[in-house]
Design a protein. Structure first.
Length: 256
């Protein structure tokens, strides 16, 4: 993973859904084969560290509507390994705490940053929602071997400390995802957002997903290929029927 240090002209961007976002970093080392950012040829193999993002955020918050929710992490995991060295997310959160702004932060929560920052996150619990992304291939595979999922452990820790915690387990992939296992491992107060495998054929995503499934889950290959080639979501619709009365199962977009 190549690390690049850059300067930015502003800290807050707007998503296509008109959400205000802060990204202390740009890039992700996880290399998930179904990631929608794979369509960006510059996405892989690098992580940009936005060295002056805190300074720019400080300037922008002076005139910002304090009622508007700030989302942290759309093109990065704000609690990635680089955060141990740069601390940019922590500094952004401290500013948002100072301004008492509502915050939604998305992370895979698979390293020790969550535990190190727990005092800060707990102090922000009245204004903070943390969304923990659980469908990371290495950890899904580890769960099937009976090993603990660090994202689930950290999500439970956050919830137990009174922090509003949500989870995503998306996409749900036939023969790979085990929604029941994840629900049983997660704190029962944590809602889980799910989604089908939205992967169009003849795309980088499709190529990567098929290669990954063929290598790691060969028995699921025919089912996954059917989803991609025919856009057949019978598996997902049948699964959702099983959980139609379960209030923990949620569907995007986030309900805030």
């Amino acid at each position: 993973m190549k690390i690049e240090h850059i300067q930015v002209s502003h800290a807050i961007d707007y998503s296509p859904h008109h959400h205000a976002y802060i990204n202390p970093y740009n890039g992700c080392p996880m290399a998930c084969p179904f990631c929608y950012w794979l369509d960006d040829p510059e996405w892989e193999g690098r992580l940009q560290v936005r060295d002056n993002v805190v300074e720019m955020l400080r300037q922008e918050l002076v005139q910002w509507d304090k009622r508007e929710r700030i989302y942290v992490g759309s093109i990065c995991d704000p609690f990635c390994e680089e955060e141990f060295h740069s601390g940019l997310t922590r500094q952004c959160l401290e500013l948002l705490k100072e301004y008492k702004m509502p915050v939604l932060l998305t992370t895979s929560a698979t390293n020790g940053v969550i535990r190190e920052y727990l005092p800060l996150l707990t102090a922000m619990r009245e204004q903070l929602i943390i969304v923990v992304e659980l469908a990371r291939p290495p950890f899904m595979k580890a769960m099937k071997r009976g090993e603990p999922h660090p994202g689930i452990e950290n999500a439970n820790l956050l919830q137990q400390n009174g922090i509003h915690t949500w989870a995503t387990y998306a996409p749900l992939i036939p023969g790979v995802s085990d929604l029941k296992q994840v629900m049983e491992a997660l704190d029962k107060k944590i809602p889980i957002y799910v989604e089908e495998l939205l992967c169009k054929k003849r795309t980088t995503q499709a190529e990567r997903v098929e290669k990954w499934i063929k290598r790691d889950y060969p028995s699921a290959y025919a089912m996954v290929r059917e989803v991609i080639e025919a856009q057949n979501y019978t598996y997902y619709n049948d699964l959702m029927k099983e959980y139609e009365n379960n209030k923990r199962i949620m569907h995007f977009p986030f309900r805030i």
